[in-house]
Design a binder for this molecule. Structure first.
Ligand code: PMP
Length: 362
């Protein structure tokens, strides 16, 4: 029997466990679908699709609309099936066997995962105790390994930490290869590295329709970067990878920037309410610039808190078993009702005697 590639044998798949609950705050989705007007326009548009024809291979209209949103040229935009496919295409083109990819942990697990699948060697830098990037660590990783590709996720998943412009600039100036800034959550923060993209700079900013745009089901993401790099990606990606319906979905969504900005403001306000609610308990709250918050109870095990919340039918992400994230949980900002349900459940669990602690004390 044929076996999988040697270097893939130890790889575990990417899992995000789903449980049937009343309040689901574990996958960083938007709590809102796109506006109803969008759904109506989209339904009309797909009724007119020539289904016997391949899609526009260059996704010309969609790319032009994304470019207009960011004030760049269509040649600076590459779109794919979710930002995950954007990352995969980048790593097929610039990672691969014999090349090195650097991450700063803890961060989005798929950066290392996709890099390994491409055949690249992954080197892990460390964030400090506040989950921030220290200049000395940047220099150590880049100086020691000279990676062809360096990842920076900002706001970082799962910590929510936003790196300041000065740190991002230092990374770009020190990196010997391509720098990928993953900005899946950037709309929820007050700064974006988009302003740093330049034709003569090997750096890209990756965005997604899955969060702010409330379109996780559509699987659409993109990057903004130098045109010479976009041209290489166009060679690597499969022909006709973006189906016609998806191209329409994304293009039409960009007519609703104002509605989306309103949602972002609401989510940011609710995030601050959640942060204050969490901080009212003996819980460390990591300051977030995203649509989620990482937190760590000080007086009970993270897993016990996760189970307690689940008993109240509230599901958050259990990061407590992940490397460098002992006892940490991550909650996604939901609707006002969902957030209140989370805070109520939290108060109930934190004030109740913990079964885990009472077992270990006896
Ligand atoms: N980057 C980060 C940091 C993420 O958290 C996610 C989603 N979990 C993605 C990329 C992938 O998003 P999508 O493929 O839905 O665009």
């Amino acid at each position: 029997m044929i076996s999988v590639r040697d270097d893939l044998r130890a790889l575990e798949g990417y899992h995000s466990p789903q449980v049937d609950v009343r309040v689901r705050l574990n996958t960083n989705e938007s709590p809102f679908p796109p506006p109803q007007e969008w759904a109506t326009e989209f339904a009309e548009a797909i009724a007119g699709i020539d289904w016997h024809r391949y899609p526009d291979r260059g996704a010309t209209t969609l790319r032009a609309a994304i470019a207009a949103l960011h004030g760049v040229n269509a040649a600076n935009v590459f779109a794919a099936n979710g930002s995950n496919e954007v990352l995969q295409t980048l790593l097929l083109a610039y990672g691969g066997p014999g090349r090195t990819v650097a991450t700063f942990e803890p961060t989005y697990q798929l950066h290392a995962q996709i890099a390994r699948i491409s055949g690249a060697t992954v080197v892990e830098g460390e964030r400090n105790a506040e989950f921030r990037l220290d200049p000395a660590e940047i220099q150590r990783v880049l100086g020691t390994y000279a990676p062809e590709v360096t990842f920076l996720c900002s706001p970082n998943n799962p910590t929510g930490v936003v790196e300041p412009a000065a740190v991002v600039m230092e990374l770009i100036e020190s990196a010997p290869g391509l720098v990928i800034i993953d900005e899946a959550y950037a709309q929820f923060s007050d700064w974006s590295a988009l302003e740093l993209v330049r034709e003569d700079r090997p750096m890209v900013v990756v965005r997604t329709f899955s969060k702010t745009w409330g379109m996780a089901a559509a699987r659409l993401g993109y990057l903004v970067g130098p045109s010479w790099l976009v041209a290489e990606l166009d060679k690597v990606v499969l022909p006709y990878h973006l189906d016609t319906a998806k191209q329409l979905a994304g293009t039409l969504a960009l007519r609703y920037v104002v509605a989306m900005d309103d949602r972002v403001r609401f989510i940011v306000a609710e995030r601050e309410r959640l942060a204050a609610g969490l901080a009212a308990h003996p819980i460390d709250v990591i300051p977030s610039g995203a649509n989620f918050i990482l937190f760590r109870p000080r007086q009970m095990a993270g897993r016990a808190l996760w189970e307690g919340l689940l008993a109240h039918s509230v599901l958050v992400r259990d990061c407590s078993g992940w490397p460098r994230l002992a006892d940490c949980l991550r909650v996604t900002v939901g609707t006002e009702e969902e957030n209140t349900a989370f805070l109520d459940a939290l108060a109930a669990v934190v004030s109740a005697p913990s079964p885990v602690l009472s077992i270990s004390e006896s």
